[in-house]
Design a protein around this ligand. Structure first.
Ligand SMILES: Cc1cc2nc3c(=O)[nH]c(=O)nc-3n(C[C@H](O)[C@H](O)[C@H](O)COP(=O)(O)OP(=O)(O)OC[C@H]3O[C@@H](n4cnc5c(N)ncnc54)[C@H](O)[C@@H]3O)c2cc1C
Length: 301
């Protein structure tokens, strides 16, 4: 039997689309098609989809808002599962909030403000989902997910488990979910009550700082590279005279050298070419390896 037969058997409610171009689902706006594409509305459907994929040996790629993702031009030969709008409930708890993985971090920060919870101001301008943010240990302006997460709901193989935050072994843009291939279903955030005016002002201040410093007017994936120990990625790139350098439609941003932007018609291979150029040049000049923060997935064309 084929994947779609198993899908009909295990989750007849699921809508599975074929040959879905992934450029629409990544903020870099590049990437080839997914053979199969689905947006499950709840945990049960997600689990049943994964079961169908397992039984047919179909590779699976789970995505959130695609804001840290470079999908190669050949697309993904398998099933892409996007946790989005329908998997995005946020609820208030006694000492914070619980969010399903598909909730946007901006929506989570907004809810925190609504309940006068402080601690999530940093997350307001990160354009990813809670699941992607937890998986990446996203952070900004001195805050990161690790500081505010109390516990997690994960899918470990076929088993759903609740784990304390410590089990996630958070470090700089790295978590145990990456090593163990856990799927993050949701997260409980432990937050203190604060002054809503101060929380709001801090969020607005950080939003303004982003707007001034980052090329938000172009498609990008945020900082393309991790911060090498002891350096700033953007400064190393700038000092290597790479600002404005392009490969095809991919360009090192003039505004913030840590951002690689799509100036219009970039392909994934343009971004891969530019990434290599940056890595080689910085290596030659400073002997520092620039590791990509952006996750690179899919097949060459
Ligand atoms: C303009 C801009 C600014 C940015 N600023 C910041 C910043 O300040 N700080 C920062 O840290 N990042 C920043 N980013 C990068 C990005 O927003 C974060 O890494 C974000 O956490 C990615 O979330 P996502 O939902 O988009 O994940 P995706 O890009 O969809 O996926 C990223 C990775 O997470 C995995 N994943 C996604 N969801 C799950 C899940 N539920 N369970 C398991 N794995 C999952 C995917 O398989 C993939 O490997 C920025 C990006 C942009 C475009």
């Amino acid at each position: 039997m084929m994947l779609l037969d198993y899908m009909k058997k295990y989750c007849p409610e699921a809508v599975i689309r074929r040959n879905v171009s992934l450029d629409k689902y990544t903020t870099l706006r590049v990437g080839g098609p997914a053979d199969y594409f689905a947006e499950p509305e709840n945990e049960l459907t997600l689990c049943n989809m994964l079961k169908a994929a397992r039984e047919t040996d179909t590779p699976v790629l789970l995505i959130g808002n695609g804001s840290n993702l470079l999908v190669r031009d050949g697309g993904f030969q398998g099933l892409v599962i996007r946790l989005g709008k329908k998997f995005s409930a946020i609820e208030k708890r006694d000492n914070g909030l619980y969010a399903q993985s598909g909730a946007l971090m901006s929506a989570l920060a907004k809810e925190a403000l609504r309940y006068a919870y402080t601690g999530l101001e940093f997350a307001q301008g990160i354009p990813g989902t809670v699941g992607g943010g937890v998986y990446m240990n996203a952070g900004a302006y001195g805050g990161e997910m690790a500081q505010v997460i109390e516990s997690l709901r994960i899918l470990d193989g076929e088993e759903i488990r609740e784990i304390p935050a410590e089990e996630m072994a958070f470090s700089y843009r790295h978590t145990k979910a990456m090593d163990e291939k856990w799927i993050v279903l949701g997260a409980a955030f432990r937050l203190e009550l604060g002054d809503p005016k101060e929380i709001d002002e801090k969020m607005q201040d950080l939003a303004l700082r982003r707007k001034t410093k980052q090329p938000l007017e172009y498609p990008s994936a945020g900082s393309f590279f991790k911060r090498p120990a002891g350096y700033f990625a953007g400064a190393l790139i700038e000092q290597s005279n790479l600002k404005g350098v392009s490969v095809g439609g991919a360009q090192v941003s003039e505004k913030h050298a840590g951002f690689l932007i799509n100036t219009g018609n970039a392909t994934a291979s343009d971004f891969l070419g530019l990434m290599k150029k940056v890595q080689d040049t910085v290596w030659e000049k400073f002997g520092v390896h620039m590791e990509n923060e952006v996750r690179i997935v899919g097949n060459e064309k």
